[in-house]
Design a protein around this ligand. Structure first.
Ligand SMILES: *Cc1c(COP(=O)(O)O)cnc(C)c1O
Length: 351
């Protein structure tokens, strides 16, 4: 790997971050706080939240088996993705490499930051080779994005190829594990001490059932996390979000049950759909959604909308023609899809 200084944009490396009132005060336990122009009324919402969210990070640290200093918390994983571009990619000069198809935010953040986005098409099993990915990279490639389980395809990426990329690439390798709780594969967070160029992204939005609170996590070396902390908004995670996340961590046994139920329900839902003549194929999924190939995705999508059922039409995405991405919901919701598609098959003269 190149040194972190070589990888970081020079202005970011040299940046002196904003120092908030709460950053500067690090003393004995104080009881009178007149340093931040807050109101004394409306406790506890009158106070600025902890800029580095230490309570939450200490609790997360135990669960994730990484040091609190190796955790960055963002307003969704999307904040971490954007900050990675802003910290490491010089606009109009650097580039990033990603698999295709994958999560759309990588390209959006690249475009916003005027950073070239290089796509490497997956094969027919939605897998990649390290060799092809590295061929697309050059001396200006700062980041490689891998999403496993991948969105929208649902599969785990081959771990031997991920390891090859980690071992050979000179820049940072971002492994987006938004769906890792549904997968049988272990998180790469356990490999942070082996690979100094690894950044793992996870989120409270999927298995943790908390998309509304906007909380994403990045796990990486302490040095990488320091750079992200330096450029984030000072109070990027509000107090309500920090509190809710701590509550959810106390409920982690319940979350594990939800995950188990959803995985079982996914198999049942898939079997029901495969009975229908309008569903041609369901791709293997390690996530809480699956990609289904159908005869006419646009027609089926519109039919489902007319029945008040919204799925994701991926017809225009690489390798996903005539495919719908369907999230696993409650059994009753999933049954509504099956019932609607039975009717659809009848009206299409398929049954
Ligand atoms: C849903 C999703 C996220 C989550 O983003 P948040 O901003 O944390 O809600 C991240 N990556 C992928 C691949 C996703 O599908």
């Amino acid at each position: 790997m190149k040194t972190l200084q070589e990888l970081t944009r020079p202005n970011i490396w040299a940046l002196k971050p904003y120092s908030s009132a709460r950053d500067e005060y690090k003393g004995v336990a104080a009881s009178v706080f007149l340093d931040a122009n807050e109101s004394p009324y409306n406790s506890p919402h009158n106070r600025y939240p902890d800029p580095l969210q230490w309570d939450l990070k200490k609790k997360l640290s135990k669960l994730k088996q990484v040091k609190p200093e190796q955790i960055f918390l963002g307003n969704g994983s999307d904040e971490a993705i954007d900050l990675l571009f802003r910290a490491f990619c010089e606009p109009a000069k650097d580039n990033v490499v990603a698999i295709d198809p994958t999560y759309g935010m990588y390209q959006v953040c690249a475009d916003v930051n005027n950073v070239e986005y290089r796509k490497v098409l997956l094969d027919e099993n939605f897998q990649f080779t390290a060799e092809q990915l590295l061929l697309a990279a050059d001396e200006h490639t700062k980041l490689i994005f891998l999403c496993s389980p991948n969105n929208p395809t649902g599969n785990d990426l081959a771990s031997d190829e991920i390891v090859k990329v980690l071992e050979s690439f000179q820049g940072l390798v971002v492994v987006d594990e938004a769906y890792i709780d549904f997968s049988d594969v272990a998180s790469y967070a356990g490999k942070l001490s082996v690979y100094p160029n690894l950044v793992v992204l996870q989120t409270f939005s999927k298995a943790w059932a908390s998309a509304a609170i906007r909380l994403g996590m990045a796990f990486a070396s302490e040095e990488i996390i320091k750079i992200l902390n330096k450029i984030k908004y000072p109070y990027n995670i509000n107090m309500l979000t920090q509190k809710h996340a701590i509550d959810m961590l106390h409920r982690h046994h319940e979350i594990e049950k939800w995950v188990k139920t959803l995985k079982e329900e996914k198999l049942r839902f898939e079997q029901e759909l495969l009975q229908l003549p309008c569903v041609e194929h369901i791709y293997p999924s390690a996530a809480n959604f699956f990609l289904a190939r159908v005869a006419d995705a646009v027609k089926m999508y519109n039919y489902l909308v007319s029945e008040g059922i919204i799925v994701r039409n991926r017809h225009t995405i690489s390798l996903c023609s005539n495919s719908l991405r369907i999230t696993v919901g409650m059994r009753s919701e999933n049954n509504s899809v099956v019932k609607a598609l039975q009717q659809y098959s009848e009206t299409e003269g398929l049954l």
